[in-house]
Design a protein around this ligand. Sequence first.
Ligand code: AMP
Length: 209
Amino acid sequence: MQLVFFGAPGAGKGTIAKKLFEKYKIPQISTGDLFRANIKNETELGKKVKSILDNGQLVPDEVTIAMVNDRIKDDDCKNGYILDGFPRTIVQAEAFEKTNPIDAAVYFDITDDEVKGRLGGRRVCSGCGAIYHIKNNPPKQDGICDKCGKELLIRPDDAVEAIEKRLVVYHEQTEPLIGFYKNINKMITIDASLAPEKVVEQIEKQIKL
Ligand code: AMP
C-alpha cells in the first residue's frame, strides 16, 4: 500500500503515520524528518537546506524528489509506505505519479486557526522524535519525553512568524494537490480536527490497510 498524507503543517500527518506504523507496520517516510536528520548530521544536503527549513520555505523540487526516490529503494519499503509531507507541489506529485503511482492520497482537512494553536504548542523529542502538545497531549514530566527521557524541543519552524509563512506556502503550493488527486480519483478526505483515534478510524473506513 502506497499512501500520500498531505494537508497543512500541524494537521497531524506525522502523528497518524506513526500510529499506522505501530498498527500495520507500514513505514512512514517524512521528508521533513529526513531533512532534519541531514541538518543534525551536518551532511552536504543538510547544509544546503537548513536556512530553507528555518524560514518555512520549500526545498527545491528536484532535491526533494531525488531524496524520496532514494529512500523508497530501502528494503522496508518493499510492501509499501506512507509519504508524510511529500509531495508538496504539483511538480513533485506529477513526477512521483509517473514513476511510482500511489494507491491513495489522504487529505488532512483542517482550518488555519486550528493549525496555529497546534503548532504553537507542539514539542518534539530531541531523542526519538515523539510528538507532544503542551495542552492536548502533554508529557508526564514537563519538557521530558515519556518514551526515551530526552529533552523536548520547539522546532525552529514552529515559531509564530515561520508558522504564518508555512501556511502561505501551503495554500499557494500544496493545496492545489487537492485538484490533482481528485482528477485522478485517488483522493480521500478526513476531518483532521478530530482526536487521533478518530482520524485513524476515518482512514481505516476508507482504505483497506
Ligand atoms: P514538515 O516536517 O513536513 O513540516 O517539513 C518541514 C520542512 O521541510 C518544510 O517546511 C520544508 O522546508 C521541508 N520539506 C518537507 N517536505 C518537503 C517537500 N515535499 N518539498 C519541499 N520541502 C519540504
